[in-house]
Design a protein around this ligand. Sequence first.
Ligand code: GAR
Length: 218
Amino acid sequence: MPRLAVLISGRGTNLQALLDAHAAGRLAAQPALVVSDVPGAAGLARAAAARVPTQVVAPADHPSRRAWCAALLAALDAHAVDLVALAGFMRILPRAFIARWRGRLVNVHPSLLPAFPGRDAIGQALAAGAPVTGCTVHFVDEGVDTGPAIARRAVPVHPADTPDSLGQRIQTAEHALYARALDAVARGAVRLDGDHAAFADPALRADLLPPLPQAPTP
Ligand code: GAR
């Protein structure tokens, strides 16, 4: 079974969903390491409670971005990691890191990409008056939330939604989707092929990656 590292910066509810999915036999990747770039991130306690090793690799502890990148890579090597999941990791990764992990580096983002990339995707969706948003799991490339999509779920936006209420609804969708998408990557049922995700089974593709909802016609 591939060994999984999860990179976090904050609460770690997606990390928790991955830990729970593995414990329930729904994720064919062994959580082997949790790395945070933020000392004291709440997600670190979730990893410790599941007896998964943790490491803080904070940029402030390193003299340069290159040294920080080397420390991240060394942490993954030291734990014989095969697959890396970003779960609320709020820093742009260095190109050298992405090059080393291409095809084995996956992110979850709280929008239907390519809509609303970057920070505050939920605020962006509310400000745009979007009737539907959602979440996307994708392979990571050098862009900000631009890599090939593996899985998506649409989530309706309600007229009375606040950032909190919409965020909760999206996170519920993320928690179910991320484990399923990572399980497919871990089993080799989906892999990066150039600029797209290639699925072994068309039914799996149809389930994980339904077409984007059509924009309403005026
Ligand atoms: C998640 O909603 C994730 O999609 C988002 O951060 C949240 C982390 O929550 N990531 C991004 O916005 C990345 N661009 P969590 O720490 O509770 O899993």
